[in-house]
Design a binder for this molecule. Structure first.
Ligand code: PMP
Length: 285
């Protein structure tokens, strides 16, 4: 049986799951989304994902036509119908089909789409040996232009940074904010370890407040690893002992080189390994 895709409460074969070419999600990137994972049939931090989705929608004046509870139930139903246990879930809400103009008042009903599938973002080898990344010259969204805390369908600046990374032979790239401080990578949050202290940029550094990021901060506390949400510069990265990235799709992945420079020993550090293991236990537990 073909993969079943949810659109507005109905299920369609993947080949027949279609929305209008007049949808403002396509025409203007006008919409919001979430990326989540299920482990052993249970969505990891479902409530946090629902809260972030509805906050993103509220921030762009988009009224999601169903309640959070209904949405969570529909996510679970999509997993069940497809017989998926360990899956990646993409939840999208677009402004809906409208006229050829920006006016959101001239759109019809928002479209709710749920795709449950598998994802393999980075090859296994990078989880063992670590990633090499570069700093992109494309900065993260200026908060006064579009808050990076909104998970919107506008990912073009992150895609441009990703292209810079790929052109330099790296599959992920670091993005700075408009002040030149470390923000995050194109689809992941960033952490460093220095002198046994875990550090990550604060929420107001122009980042998406990652749900995996928050889980790692919780785990650090539980494991007695001192953790700080603190402004970081490239200098802090270059002199760090360890570095790693977090995201729902990526999970926890080590970084061993930035801009051609080895971080710490240039191999995966002990705190990173400890937190990767703790994260695995948390999600499968
Ligand atoms: N930053 C950006 C820009 C992202 O797109 C994502 C999600 N892929 C993250 C951080 C990580 O967030 P989460 O842990 O909630 O998936």
């Amino acid at each position: 049986m073909s993969l079943q895709i949810y659109i507005n409460g109905q299920f369609y074969d993947k080949e027949n799951a279609k929305i209008s070419v007049y949808d403002h999600g396509l025409l203007y990137g006008d919409g919001v989304f979430e990326g989540m994972r299920s482990y052993s049939s249970k969505v990891f931090r479902m409530q946090e994902h629902m809260d972030r989705l509805y906050e993103s929608a509220l921030a762009i004046c988009l009224k999601i036509p169903i309640s959070k509870e209904q949405m969570a139930a529909d996510v679970n139903k999509t997993l069940q119908i497809n017989g998926l246990v360990n899956a990646y879930i993409r939840l999208i809400v677009t402004r809906g089909a409208g006229s050829l103009g920006l006016d959101p008042n001239r759109t019809s009903d928002p479209q709710v789409i749920i795709i449950a599938d598998s994802i393999s973002l980075y090859p296994e080898e990078y989880y063992q040996n670590g990633l090499k990344i570069i700093t992109a010259s494309t900065i993260r969204n200026h908060p006064a232009a579009l808050s990076p805390r909104i998970k919107s369908l506008n990912y073009l600046n992150n895609i441009m940074a990703k292209i810079e990374g790929l052109q330099a032979g790296c599959i992920e790239a670091l993005m700075l904010n408009h002040k030149g401080e470390v923000a995050e990578c194109t689809g992941d949050n960033i952490f460093i370890v220095k002198g046994g202290v875990l550090m990550t940029p604060p929420k107001d550094a122009g980042i998406l407040e990652g749900i995996t990021r928050n889980a790692i901060l919780d785990l650090a506390r539980e494991h007695g690893i001192p953790a700080q949400e603190i402004t970081l510069t490239r200098h802090d990265l270059f002199v760090a002992d360890e570095c790693f990235l977090t995201g729902s799709a990526a999970e926890v992945i080590p970084v061993v080189h930035i801009d051609g420079r080895p971080i710490g020993s240039g191999s995966v550090g002990s705190t990173t390994s400890k937190l990767m293991k703790a994260f695995k236990t948390l999600v499968h537990g």
